[in-house]
Design a protein around this ligand. Structure first.
Ligand code: FAD
Length: 117
């Protein structure tokens, strides 16, 4: 039986992984529809995140730091910065955001080959 804190940490770890990977695959040149989709996704993600206080805090962060949707780089750097705000609140170390786009690979070869062009 895993304690609540362990489960919360596992959920957080997987959620951040998904979020950073999603942002590292976001289009380099997003259409208006891509931008609206990301903005909406992040607000719904915060609203539905299954840990009351976490989602609530994340909603506050979204208000304070509106999602940057203008490019892959901007979105990834934004994701790294808000994760750092959460790290700060939890007394965790700050993460170095340089190279965050390259750190999170999706394992989808076609997309990564496309990038190499
Ligand atoms: P995590 O913070 O889960 O990070 C996982 C890995 O990502 C790290 O090992 C590192 O390699 C990398 N990483 C770290 N920082 C960054 C960064 N800035 N950018 C990119 N990569 C990075 N927990 C609570 O107790 N209270 C809360 O209010 C709370 N709010 C949360 C809100 C959201 C939206 C999410 C997704 C999670 C929240 N959590 C909260 C969970 C918490 O953030 C951690 O996920 C959890 O404590 C496990 O931490 P961890 O040490 O495994 O590292």
């Amino acid at each position: 039986h895993l304690g609540n804190e362990t489960l919360k940490a596992q959920l957080g770890h997987s959620s951040w992984h998904l979020l950073h990977t999603l942002l590292s695959r976001y289009p380099k040149r997003p259409t208006p529809s891509d931008r609206e989709s990301l903005r909406t996704f992040l607000h719904l993600f915060a609203r539905l995140y299954p840990c009351g206080e976490c989602g609530q805090h994340f909603t506050e962060l979204l208000k304070k730091y509106p999602p940057q949707t203008s490019s892959r780089e901007a979105a990834s750097m934004w994701g790294c910065a808000v994760h750092n705000r959460v790290n700060e609140r939890l007394g965790k170390e700050q993460f170095d955001c340089r190279g965050v786009v390259d750190k999170y690979k999706c394992g989808c070869d076609d997309a990564e080959e496309e990038d190499a062009k």
